[in-house]
Design a binder for this molecule. Structure first.
Ligand code: PSU
Ligand code: MN
Length: 303
């Protein structure tokens, strides 16, 4: 493993000293937001994690090397290259590594590399899931399989209703992945605090999140867990407006025959176009909110 993985000096020192570390993904930088807001946000998220007393480890593949901990220059490089960087899921990893290429890590590959590095907590915006119409397309994000198998706690703001949220929860139940609502009984839907679907458990403290994760690993159950942290009230969007934008985006994707790994980036970009800058501002705030909770939870896991 060490033959493929590079820890930044800061991440290496924190892990060796047993200090809290939080993993961050890079597809959110390359495919999730436009330049330069993507780079600004990535750096701000790292700053937020530091202020919370943990060390940020932004994860990516650069020149075929798996990286945990990027320099600001590497973040700028990925942000500027944007969607020209390969969106790397589990199946892409061996090819990119063997060819010495770059890849932006999704929730799936960020979990894989975090686990290799020994990082247990990962903060992001939204996860992939079961797409609407998956009963015919079979489009189910690899993120759900990874949550089932890799021991990393993923802290997100729920999932966007570009997905079938009910089927996403069913899939996670089948795979034995606990879905926790942080301070809520209801699954948040990324831009909004409510989705109409209930989570499995409500938890109100980082200490309890850490205790549940610890119990899962110590019992040998393996796999990850999903923490859904609602967007702060003041940044949440009007559900009617955002759902209309989402429906429009999904309809256009179907009409244009968008499929495979292009689907999620297409939908995200389309929603941004329809809602202007508002959805981007909300997106940035919910990621910062997840970073704050992740820093506290990583500290609890150690302390
Ligand atoms: N959903 C979001 N924002 C994102 C993603 C999903 O609201 O940035 C990204 C994440 O990197 C996630 C990936 O892991 O898209 C899922 O892609 P797919 O649906 O192709 O598995
Ligand atoms: Mn897919």
């Amino acid at each position: 493993m060490k033959n493929y993985l590079d820890l930044s000096p800061e991440v290496d020192a924190a892990l060796k000293a047993g200090k809290p570390v939080v993993a961050l993904e890079s597809t959110i930088i390359s495919h999730g937001m436009p330049y330069p807001q993507n780079v600004e946000t990535a750096l701000k998220v790292e700053q937020t994690i530091r202020e919370g007393g943990a060390t940020p480890a932004t994860i990516a593949i650069i020149g075929g090397r798996l990286k945990a901990g990027l320099t600001p220059e590497e973040i700028e490089y990925l942000g500027k290259k944007g969607t020209a960087v390969t969106k790397a899921s589990r199946r892409d990893l061996p090819v990119l590594v063997a060819r010495g290429q770059d890849g932006a890590t999704t929730v799936t590959t960020t979990m894989i590399i975090a686990a290799m590095a020994g990082i247990k907590v990962f903060a992001t915006g939204g996860i992939g899931g079961v797409h609407r119409g998956a009963e015919t397309t079979m489009d189910i994000s690899a993120d759900l399989e990874e949550l089932a198998r890799t021991p990393v706690m993923v802290i997100c703001a729920g999932a966007k209703s570009i997905l079938d949220l009910g089927l996403t929860l069913e899939y996670l139940e089948t795979k034995g992945v606990p879905v926790i609502g942080y301070g809520t009984e209801e699954l948040p839907a990324f831009y909004t605090r409510k989705s109409g679907f209930m989570v499995d458990y409500r938890v109100d403290s980082p200490e309890e999140l850490a205790a549940i994760f610890k119990a899962k690993q110590e019992m040998g159950l393996g796999g990850g867990m999903l923490v859904t942290n609602p967007i702060p009230e003041q940044y949440s969007m009007d559900p009617m407006r955002i759902n209309k934008a989402i429906d429009e985006a999904v309809a256009e994707a179907q009409q244009r025959g968008i499929h495979g790994k292009e689907t999620t980036p297409f939908l995200l970009a389309k929603i941004k176009d329809i809602t202007g800058g508002d959805s981007l501002a909300s997106n940035i705030q919910l990621v910062l909110n997840n970073a704050r909770l992740a820093a506290k939870t990583a500290a609890s896991l150690i302390g």
